[in-house]
Design a protein around this ligand. Structure first.
Ligand code: ZN
Length: 130
């Protein structure tokens, strides 16, 4: 069974810490040991794991991606959001976390982030616990 939750983004670029939400769904599922797969079904968004303790890290990641892939450029894609598509591919669309004793086995400083690159939009986050 795939669990889907809605995500409402507010900015063009945004990293939203969804760790607590994923843990909540994991707890509801009753899974004790296995894997948790988090998947983003969008071409201009992504999901990543990085430091959740200091919000400056997420800010710096977004700034670095903006420098690496400027919004304006000699892109061919007519929709005008090529930068968002490129960032989505750089960041990726899924992460896998081990589940132990009903908990996401993340490192001390790690969190799971939904990454918006062409917001604000209504998005979805899929999760599967096995
Ligand atoms: Zn596009």
């Amino acid at each position: 069974m795939v669990i889907t939750i809605p995500i409402k983004t507010r900015d063009r670029s945004e990293m939203i810490d969804v760790t607590a939400t994923v843990q909540e769904e994991l707890t509801k599922s009753g899974l004790q040991d296995g894997v948790c797969i988090v998947y983003v079904p969008h071409t201009t968004a992504g999901v990543t794991i990085n430091e959740a303790a200091d919000p400056s890290v997420a800010y710096d990641i977004q700034k670095a991606l903006d420098n690496l892939v400027p919004w304006e450029g000699a892109y061919r894609h007519r929709e005008g959001n090529s930068a968002a598509h490129i960032k989505s591919s750089l960041i990726g669309n899924s992460v896998t976390v081990f589940v132990e004793s009903g908990r996401l086995n993340l490192g001390t400083w790690q969190g799971i982030f939904f990454c918006e690159f062409d917001g604000p939009r209504s998005r979805k986050l899929h999760m599967k616990f096995q």
